[in-house]
Design a binder for this molecule. Structure first.
Ligand SMILES: [Zn+2]
Ligand SMILES: [Zn+2]
Length: 249
């Protein structure tokens, strides 16, 4: 699988930046994970928007869904131009709650909504997906996703506080994409549905992940400081998210 980081910042994008969005590709399948602010502009560097096979949304917080509306407009126009078949709306897999947010994922002939839930699996092209509900606080569900293809696996942790039960889901994964929202100096005294960089690295080490990508970072955080706090991860390569970074799994 080929991973391209289209956006990783939170809660808002810095200059020329973007909030979370990850393109995962095999030779036959193009999958977009989350669709934050600025993600569509980045996507156009790598893939015509009409060649997407599916979009997966972990949850409905703005930093993960801000560009869904313009994606729907884009697909509608590509259908008008004859570049995408009107009989081929883009499937969007996302939580069923809140229901009013899920309803917005059905738009003309451009997009259709399919619910995801814990314990369910989905086949998309040559990828197999499964889901885990994370500890993300405010009552509405947020799902981590495991993507498996050709004997490899990527776990995208979405937004996830320290109460997430990773053990059976992420253990030994080839790449753990894990949020590290805070440097230790900014970490809130009471957990608020997010991990620090250090906590993310501790989890990845405990789970013996083969590699780690720290993401969901404030745009002003310096890579060196993030890398220092992630140094407790020793089981494999540690990557710090950057727009345009491409990894092979
Ligand atoms: Zn969130
Ligand atoms: Zn977020």
């Amino acid at each position: 699988m080929h991973l391209t980081i289209l956006g990783f910042q939170s809660p808002y994008p810095g200059p020329s930046g973007a909030t979370p969005g990850y393109l995962i590709q095999t030779d036959t399948t193009n999958l977009l994970l989350d669709c934050g602010s600025g993600v569509l502009a980045q996507l156009t560097r790598y893939l015509p928007v009409y060649d997407l096979d599916a979009l997966l949304l972990s949850h409905y917080h703005h930093d993960h869904v801000a560009d869904v509306g313009v994606l729907q407009y884009g697909l509608m126009v590509h259908q008008l131009f004859g570049q995408r078949d009107k009989d081929r709306p883009l499937p969007i897999y996302a939580p069923a709650e809140p229901a009013e947010k899920a309803a917005e994922l059905v738009y003309r002939e451009a997009t259709r909504f399919y619910p995801i839930e814990e314990g369910s699996t989905r086949e998309i092209g040559d990828m197999r997906l499964s889901f885990l509900r994370t500890d993300h606080g405010d009552g509405d569900p947020c799902y981590a996703m495991k993507i498996e293809s050709q004997g490899k696996s990527i776990v995208y942790g979405a937004d996830s506080g320290p109460g997430t039960q990773w053990d059976g889901f992420a253990k030994g994964t080839d790449l753990f994409i894990c949020e590290g929202t805070y440097l230790e100096r900014n970490r809130p005294a009471t957990p608020n549905g997010h991990l620090s960089v250090k906590q993310a690295a501790e989890w990845a080490e405990k789970l013996q992940c083969r590699s780690l990508l720290i993401t969901h970072l404030f745009y002003q955080y310096e890579e060196e400081e993030v890398r220092r706090e992630a140094s407790v991860f020793k089981s494999g390569a540690c990557h710090i998210a950057k727009i345009g970074l491409r990894l092979e799994v």
